[in-house]
Design a protein around this ligand. Structure first.
Ligand code: ADP
Length: 157
């Protein structure tokens, strides 16, 4: 049986930290569906279509990865892809509170779907989409921290 996990996020923009989570996830699962949340309430810098296309381009040559846009409940997306698990990444202890709440809520919505956490690679523990947005808006070079698909979008701002 093929084991699928959903890796949801805002990906505003996708970073090499996200890519590392997906790479680790592929050691455990046969297929990862990266779910790009519309999340308009988060006031993202990039619109959903741009975030989606940056993620899609990042993983274009990897057949075990699919990229989907979603706006409803995460568990509904998981059902749609027959996913057994939700994949999330943990950096510092500060991530834990929010991740714990989200995992608990998703478990209440569907007790069959497990949330699986992987730890960030040490040299990416400080990498976040917010950090990328801030540094690049001030003219800093973030090219070593994001996939190539993101760079033209950051430069265009
Ligand atoms: P969300 O808005 O759902 O938090 P993000 O795109 O910010 O979406 O993050 C998606 C997931 O990826 C979260 O579980 C986050 O903790 C994880 N993540 C983000 N950056 C890293 C990183 N550098 N290393 C490991 N996990 C990360």
């Amino acid at each position: 049986m093929m084991r699928t996990a959903i890796y949801p996020g805002t990906f505003d923009p996708v970073t090499l930290g996200h890519v590392d989570v997906v790479t680790r996830g592929l050691k455990i699962f046969d297929r990862i569906v990266v779910g790009v949340a519309d999340n308009p309430n988060k006031g993202p810098l990039f619109d959903a279509e741009t975030r989606f296309s940056m993620v899609r381009e990042t993983f274009i040559s990897e057949p075990k990865i699919e990229v989907a846009r979603f706006s409803g409940l995460l568990v509904d997306l998981a059902h749609q892809y027959h996913a057994a698990a939700i994949l999330r990444g943990l950096r510092a202890a500060s991530d834990f509170e929010y991740e714990f709440q989200m995992a608990t809520m998703n478990r209440r919505l569907d007790a069959q779907i497990e949330t699986v956490f992987v730890m960030a690679r040490e040299d990416y523990t400080f990498v976040s989409s917010r950090f990328i947005r801030e540094i690049s808006s001030m003219g800093g070079d973030v090219s070593a921290l994001v996939p190539a698909s993101v760079l033209p979008h950051l430069c265009g701002r």
